[in-house]
Ligand binder design. Structure first.
Ligand code: NAD
Length: 554
């Protein structure tokens, strides 16, 4: 993959003028471009959107070819994209997706980073992460509410409902990890965030996700303790290697209450080994992938040993979905799984109801459209206090990156109501252009990931990967505009299988019919997956809301 620094920056078109043959195709084009907008992507010159090396297209040539296909695509045609490269345009029908995407899928025996890198270097595949290669990344906000909810759950469980007066230690201020400081301060706590790359610290400050950068660790600790004692929310970035800083804080017996991590540990070539400069990582990883992997795993073992040390002292410690525990285990540390992942610890009850990250973006580019949809969501769900708190806070504190967008967690029986309302608003002119509605692959029924979303399932079905395949087929059968089926997102190659869907509310009756089905059936697979695994709450939700579960009374 060669970078193209001289190429003009990519940015999604705004307004109502179409360069494609309809809004469905235009929506795909705008969201692909939005993923690579320098305001949105972490390293757009390399087509890297977020999450280590999560790319939007396999090469710039492939990107140009996808754009050309989209401009020409008819309402009864479907573009096939194989790991970031367009490979065919087929005649289908108007209910079929306009684009079908498969990213980074490998046959089981070949599903590890070594084989993946070999095939990637041969130009045959691409790492799509979750929403990078499926063109529905909306910047750090995309994970913000989930992160906010997770820290809110930590606060409820351990600290009487608020993080005020506590210090959270974490690392990684990248595309996703950058949500952590704001999520902690939204819960009134103090966040101490270790990041190896100073440009990421500056970027998070510029986007208002992080409050201040400390000069060094002493300064960072002083700021943290002062703010904690005043019960004042504050987020502090400190430049350093987590594998050195976290053990040092343990050695100093720093007063840390909560510990987690969101470095890109899912990919040992994206986690900085001890003693290496950030700017040297890429070249070193290319020159000696095995040597760097070994050094990174050794560093992760040291990093996690310190996290376990904090857990032993009584801190609330959890894995934040980057497979740090498994990499540290491979690095030789035996107690790597001494603390839980965030899904079984805090999130699973939401998945049992089909609740997950529902997101939308205004194709007009006009923030007023998002303000109008925010009001519409609050009108639709007037009794959901957590939703009101979130939407109000997001409206005040979240800076848009790229096209204006919003996220909120909604469940089975709720999402389609929001979709239909947005479609009406497009039809009536309340919104100035169509909106796209999609989600992360980190959702109730769309992912198999034994170190994350499906860790410690009640019936032991953690590694059963049929569910995301069924989910993608259901979205395709229900009328989504684009559907994707990926491997390796979140936790790395060999460890996950997951699916995404995006619909377009363009104000037409056809869009309404599709939205109703997709946004009902997609979260329904989450309820079904958890009902099948024996979760009583999921079974009760299915019964209450009329979702048919054959063999429920086994
Ligand atoms: P990213 O690549 O954009 O950022 C990772 C950051 O970690 C970079 O800024 C990098 O400089 C920093 N880093 C690497 N090694 C370090 C070290 N040793 N010490 C300090 N900093 C170091 O990735 P991202 O999009 O922020 O995702 C982070 C991780 O979280 C990934 O593994 C991703 O798969 C996972 N993830 C979690 C969730 C979730 O919900 N919990 C969701 C999506 C992704």
């Amino acid at each position: 993959m060669t970078s193209s620094p001289t190429r003009p920056a990519v940015r999604a078109p705004r307004g109502t003028e179409l360069s494609c043959r309809g809004w469905q195709q235009e929506a795909v084009l705008r969201m692909l471009c939005n993923n690579l907008d320098p305001e949105v992507a972490e390293h757009p010159e390399d087509l890297v959107v977020y999450g280590g090396t999560g790319r939007a297209a396999r090469s710039w040539e492939a990107f140009d070819a996808i754009v050309a296909c989209l401009r020409d695509l008819a309402d009864d045609e479907t573009l096939l994209v194989q790991s970031g490269k367009p490979v065919g345009v087929l005649r289908t029908h108007t209910w079929a997706p306009r684009v079908l995407i498969a990213n980074a899928n490998l046959v089981g025996d070949w599903a590890d980073w070594t084989q993946f890198r070999r095939l990637e270097a041969a130009g045959l595949t691409m790492y799509g992460q979750m929403t990078a290669g499926s063109w529905i990344y909306i910047g750090t906000q995309g994970i913000l509410q989930g992160t906010f909810e997770t820290f809110a759950a930590v606060a409820r469980r351990r600290f009487g409902g608020t993080l005020a007066g506590t210090i959270t230690l974490t690392a990684g201020l990248g595309g996703m990890g950058g949500a952590q400081p704001l999520a902690v301060t939204m819960n009134d706590g103090v966040a101490l965030c270790v990041e190896a790359d100073p440009t990421r610290v500056e970027r998070r400050i510029a986007h208002r996700y992080l409050d201040v950068r400390a000069d060094d660790l002493d300064h960072a600790l002083r700021l943290a303790v002062e703010a904690r004692d005043a019960r004042r929310p504050l987020s502090i970035g400190v430049v350093g290697n987590a594998a050195e800083v976290v053990p040092e804080l343990l050695r100093r017996e720093a007063p840390i209450d909560v510990v987690t991590d969101q470095t890109s540990a899912h990919d040992p070539l994206a986690y900085l080994p001890v003693g290496m400069a950030v700017d040297d990582l890429r070249a070193a990883a290319q020159a000696d992938p095995e040597g760097v992997t070994e050094r990174a795993r050794a560093a992760m073992a040291t990093h996690i040993e310190a996290m376990v040390g904090f857990a032993d002292r009584g801190a609330e410690v959890f894995d934040y979905g980057n497979s740090l525990r498994d990499e540290a285990r491979r690095g030789g540390y035996e107690r790597a799984f001494a603390f839980p992942g965030f899904v079984p610890a805090y999130i699973r009850p939401q998945f049992e109801e089909g609740r997950g990250p529902f997101r939308w973006a205004a194709l007009s580019g006009d923030p007023a459209d998002i303000a109008a949809t925010d009001r519409a969501v609050l009108d639709l769900f007037p009794h959901d206090d957590a939703l009101r708190r979130w939407i109000t806070m997001a409206g005040e504190r979240v800076a848009f990156e790229g096209l204006p967008a919003r996220i909120c967690w909604l469940g089975y029986g709720e999402r389609h109501r929001a979709g239909l309302r947005f479609n009406e608003m497009v039809a009536s002119g309340e919104l100035s252009a169509p909106v796209v509605i999609g989600r992360d692959h980190l959702d109730a029924g769309s992912v198999a990931s034994p170190y994350r979303e499906t860790e410690a399932m009640l019936d032991g079905s953690d590694a059963i990967a049929d569910w995301p395949l069924l989910n993608a087929l259901v979205s395709t059968a229900s009328g989504a505009t684009w559907v994707s089926l990926h491997h390796g997102g979140g936790v790395g190659i060999g460890r996950s299988q997951h699916a995404g869907q995006v619909c377009v509310a363009d104000g037409t009756a056809l869009a309404a019919a599709k939205l109703e089905r997709v946004l009902t059936n997609d979260p329904a697979t989450g309820v079904l997956r958890h009902a099948d695994a024996g979760y009583p709450h999921a079974r009760a939700v299915a019964a209450e809301r009329g979702l048919r579960v054959p063999m429920e009374d086994r």
